[in-house]
Design a protein around this ligand. Structure first.
Ligand SMILES: *Cc1c(COP(=O)(O)O)cnc(C)c1O
Length: 380
């Protein structure tokens, strides 16, 4: 790799070399359609099912409960629209939170234009959803509760078990967008009581344009993509074999390395924050909760320096980070997440997200601390 310091793993990751090796035969020799009955076709079908098993093991569900999609966005669209349309005789209420990813929020906007009623849970200053509010607003006519497993901007891990219990008590489906959590922290969908869970390949060192939706056996939802009989008649279209094979390998590797990588990143994060905040006491950590946050996510505000200006100055020193969230880059309205946690507007405007990953080292982070210190000094 180059001497570029990539600290935007929450936006996307590079594809691991082992994953590329795994994909290669399906880009050349094994190009047959997985639905074809002859040998090469069957080989493709077998490869897809091997990937399905690896993805299932990462979240501890059954293999037949994993359905491949084009990514996290499609999985989120499918979960919400699929449940809403299939169960509308039960009611019209959908409960979500104020800090969801845009693929949830804009799907909810679409559903609200189509007669569904959306309730947005408020969050506290660390981004945790208000469980009392949830308890009070969930009712018999609620179709689904959809809450981010871990937030992509500030890393907040939600109280999944508590949310699942409230859903179960009220006989309401529980969906979670777990794109940032999968492969980074331990997930056990059966133990928690999750009904549907969205995943994406390119956030865990797999190829872009591939993801999956876990649908618990027995959950009733409509198809989103209609057509052929692929994915057990539930998601049509000739399978993205290279994407799926790569996703499967990436899932296998992150499962094997999960515990060690999780601890390594928590330690690196703590090391970096201790050093950075000691040397620059005016920097604000936007989610100071040590225990309920992702190991790789850091969101800070550097008062007086606009985040876009900061980004360019860091880029000039070969450091790549994100302003709030990649999805809001270039969006002048600012981050809905930082506003929901009550961060003052001037601090939100100077927020940057630093997200760590496989190649991140202590040396890199030492350099980043040094550079941020220099930039702050230059600006006074
Ligand atoms: C990246 C991301 C998505 C979208 O996934 P894609 O595969 O890029 O469509 C959805 N939710 C969260 C929390 C994400 O971080």
């Amino acid at each position: 790799m180059s001497d570029k310091i990539y600290l935007d793993y929450a936006a996307t990751t590079f594809i691991r070399p082992e994953v590329i090796t795994e994909i290669n035969p399906y880009l050349s020799e094994f190009y047959a359609n997985p639905s074809s009955l002859y040998f090469d076709g069957r080989q493709n079908k077998i490869a897809i099912n091997r990937a399905r098993k690896n993805v299932a093991e990462l979240i501890k569900c059954n293999k037949n409960e994993v359905f491949f999609t084009s990514g996290g966005s499609e999985s989120n669209n499918w979960a919400l629209k699929g449940i809403a349309f299939a169960n509308k005789s039960k009611g019209k209420k959908i409960v979500t939170s104020a800090i969801e990813h845009h693929s949830i929020l804009t799907t909810c906007d679409f559903l609200s234009k189509n007669g569904f009623e959306i309730v947005y849970l408020p969050v506290n200053s660390q981004g945790r959803v208000d469980l009392n509010f949830l308890e009070n607003c969930v009712s018999k006519d609620t179709l689904v509760v959809s809450i981010n497993y871990a937030n992509n901007e500030i890393g907040t891990i939600q109280p999944m078990k508590e949310i699942a219990e409230i859903c179960k008590k009220n006989n309401v489906y529980f969906h979670t967008d777990a794109v940032q959590a999968v492969g980074h922290i331990d997930i056990d969908v059966k133990n928690i009581g999750i009904d549907l869970l969205s995943m994406s390949s390119h956030k865990i060192y797999g190829p872009k344009g591939c993801g999956a939706l876990f649908i618990r056996d027995g959950v009733i939802l409509d198809n989103l993509i209609h057509g052929g009989k692929q994915e057990s008649f539930r998601r049509a279209g000739t399978e993205n074999v290279t994407g799926i094979v790569g996703f499967g390998k990436a899932a296998l590797l992150s499962n094997i390395e999960l515990q060690t990588e999780k601890i390594r990143l928590y330690e690196l994060k703590e090391y970096f924050l201790d050093k950075l905040l000691n040397e620059n006491p005016n920097i604000i950590l936007n989610n100071p909760d040590k225990f309920n946050t992702l190991p790789n996510n850091i969101n800070i505000s550097i008062p007086g320096i606009d985040s876009h200006e900061m980004l360019l100055k860091l880029e000039n020193r070969n450091i790549y980070v994100s302003a709030g969230s990649a999805c809001t880059a270039g969006n002048i309205t600012g981050s809905h997440v930082l506003s929901a946690i009550g961060l003052a507007e001037d601090l939100a405007k100077s927020a940057i997200r630093i997200s760590l990953g496989l190649l991140t080292t202590k040396n890199e982070l030492d350099y980043v601390v040094e550079v941020i210190g220099q930039i702050i000094n230059e600006s006074i």
